[in-house]
Design a protein around this ligand. Structure first.
Ligand code: FAD
Length: 311
């Protein structure tokens, strides 16, 4: 048994019970822009339900190749305008010139949005190698520097506990993260992962590489393993076998699937909390229930005033 394993076992044993959680964790929530009126309704129900938990910010994703440019902008601007929340806009470098990207960023600044999640983005066709636009930003680090030249945006960037598939080595991956932070990003939000150890190892390696910025774990409460496996394959995240076993036989039991999903994610958050994590970023998939339940277990309670402002 290695020193690392011993340390991990100790962290798991030391983890406080949910009953003892102080409610001192911060959270943020990620949404995607809706494609239809029905989806818009679902999204807003989720936003309104999660708002009273006073997240640090909520963010809205940007579709591959800028395909959701208008919808992302409309969603972010509406959140900023109509709620008490600080909205952050995801922005990628894919298939756009610097001028076009700068224009999008200017529109956000004009709408009062001060936080950008700056990303390279994935190639429009899955499995192809990323090709920068001829006049575009080549990667997220360049995008961060470009945005900082425009305005003093708060900027978050992506990090990969299990290494980005384009990085040759973990050291290369960390060098890239460091470039993004050195270019002006304030924090990194991670790709989802399913074992706290993956996060702790990554955070330790980042510290050893001289990275002091906050690394926020991205939490994906999974209730559909098959769908998640498809997506995880593309972004280098491993789905442990035990996850399949825990959902085995639940295909016709959606309510039980939700309970199992919340339990798995909450248990992971409990162990992350024991490792001093105090900010959790939830991939909500535009549904409030799972994230709300996990936040509740972490000790968070609604701030009635925040809800009242929003009402
Ligand atoms: P980068 O940090 O630019 O790095 C990508 C890869 O290129 C790394 O392996 C890096 O090592 C390598 N690289 C970069 N620069 C160099 C260099 N100079 N020399 C050599 N190698 C280099 N995608 C979307 O389309 N829309 C979203 O809204 C979105 N939101 C996300 C939110 C989070 C929290 C996360 C974790 C990911 C998100 N993604 C999103 C996915 C992301 O766009 C992809 O993972 C993409 O493949 C990489 O983006 P990045 O910003 O990490 O790229």
């Amino acid at each position: 048994i290695s020193v690392n394993q011993l340390e991990e076992a100790r962290r798991a044993l030391d983890a406080p019970l949910f009953a003892d959680m102080a409610g001192d964790a911060a959270v943020s929530f990620e949404f995607f822009p809706p494609k239809s009126a029905k989806m818009e309704e679902t999204l807003w129900e989720a936003v309104r339900t999660l708002e009273p938990l006073s997240p640090r910010f909520v963010s809205v994703t940007y579709g591959a190749g800028g395909s959701t440019r208008e919808r992302t902008h409309a969603t972010v601007a509406r959140i900023q305008r109509e709620t008490s929340l600080a909205a952050a806009a995801h922005l990628t470098c894919v298939e756009a010139s610097r001028d076009e990207i700068d224009q999008v960023a200017e529109e956000y600044w004009a709408a009062g949005v001060r936080h950008i999640v700056a990303l390279r983005g994935d190639p429009p066709v899955a499995g192809q190698k990323f090709q920068a636009h001829r006049d575009g930003y080549a990667n997220a680090a360049e995008l961060v520097a470009g945005l900082k030249k425009l305005h003093p945006f708060e900027i978050s960037v992506a990090a990969y506990p299990e290494c980005h598939p384009d990085s040759g080595t973990k050291a290369e991956d960390l060098d890239n993260l460091k470039r993004k932070l050195d270019a002006g990003a304030t924090r990194a939000i991670t790709q989802f992962f399913f074992t706290p150890e993956a996060f702790f190892r990554f955070r330790d390696a980042a510290t050893a590489a001289g990275i002091s910025a906050e690394i926020v774990p991205g939490i994906l409460p999974v209730s559909n393993v098959a769908q998640t496996r498809k997506f995880a394959g593309m972004c280098g995240a491993a789905i442990p076998d035990w996850m399949d076993r825990l959902f085995e036989g639940l295909d016709d039991h959606p309510a039980s699937r939700q309970l199992v999903a919340a339990t798995i994610a909450a248990e992971m958050c409990r162990r992350l909390y024991a490792g001093d994590v105090r900010h959790f970023h939830f991939y909500t998939l535009n549904r409030a229930e799972l994230s709300y339940a996990i936040c509740h277990l972490l000790g968070l309670r609604p701030n009635k005033a925040a809800g009242a402002v929003a009402a």
